[in-house]
Design a protein around this ligand. Sequence first.
Ligand SMILES: Cc1ncc(COP(=O)(O)O)c(C=O)c1O
Length: 379
Amino acid sequence: MDRRDFLRAGAAAGAAGLGQLVAFPGRTLAAPQVPGQEAPSTSAIRLNSNENPLGLSPSARMAVERAIAEANRYPDAAREELASAIAARLGVKADNIVLGNGSTEILQIIVQASDATHGTLVMADPTFEAISFYQRTLTYTTEKVPLTSSYAHDIQQMKDRVAAGNGPAVVYLCNPNNPTGTLTASAEIDAWIEEAPETVQFAVDEAYFEYVGAPGYWSAIKWIQDRPNVIVARTFSKIYGMAGMRLGYGVAHPETAGRLRDFLTWDNANSLALAAGLASLADDGLEARGRAVNEVALTMTRNSLDELGLEYLPSHTNFLMHRIQGDVREYIGRMRDRGLHVGRPFPVLPSFNRLSMGLPEEMEIWAETLKDFRQKGWV
Ligand SMILES: Cc1ncc(COP(=O)(O)O)c(C=O)c1O
């Protein structure tokens, strides 16, 4: 991809009305630290934690400033207001919503609330690991099932592992999946939920739901009224650009939601995050703007990889898994030396790197660097 292609992609961003958006400040918070990943310096270009490079929306910033005046008060009213706003958006009731300090807190309380002697946690490999960390102090046996050749969850294999456990199970389905960015057909998930007994607890992680536009993909929220064994986790960290504020939620049957709440810290979501969440939900164009910037970045990335003949997986998220010729740790280190934080190693995909999407100008710097690496024979 040459400079002209980049400019064309940039012009597409401009046409989508993104010119002023890409100038948002708000990129100075340290990224969450994940095992195996160093905390990046704030001056680096951060393409490694699947964050939203646009930052908080202007309306959320204003809401946070206003909410500071009430920071000495407990946030009960704001909690109720946000739960109602989320419920209205999803077409469910407020008692279906469990607010979390990020959606990882929802994953934590799912395993805590479901813990049972001889229980099995069944998850894909690779997938988002948080739930397996949270079960380590509990009594689960963890079963990791490789993805299929098209990087979907291997539902049949997962079912077999549940059956072999011969007891209660938690099934973690990350759709779209992190770190691959790939989808599992929602119809396949539906078919399993439909036939599964109540002893199989489904934790469906839809952290990247808002980025997906593919046919054959829909939310598992459709099940929550009829199936108390289905919990969907969603987050404000991604499309809403609030990763540092820590706000997520679970959607479940009222009885399940009540059981989960027993494991929550009281008043767990802070009042500034609640205010930002409420304002973000009310910001009509926010999701479309986030998707449009992401699409520009993905197009630029794919074009650069095509030009160098580097294979990549079909991403339905704000990150993309692409092949690296050579050692991925060395590649990450070399990018870091150039001020670019790109992904972290995933042991089951040793020749791939996960690249999070940044602003178009950040992707341009990444692409130029990658090209330089090719000239040096490094990728
Ligand atoms: C699949 C998935 N779920 C959950 C999270 C964490 O979300 P939160 O910031 O809401 O805890 C991430 C973050 O990268 C993720 O990839």
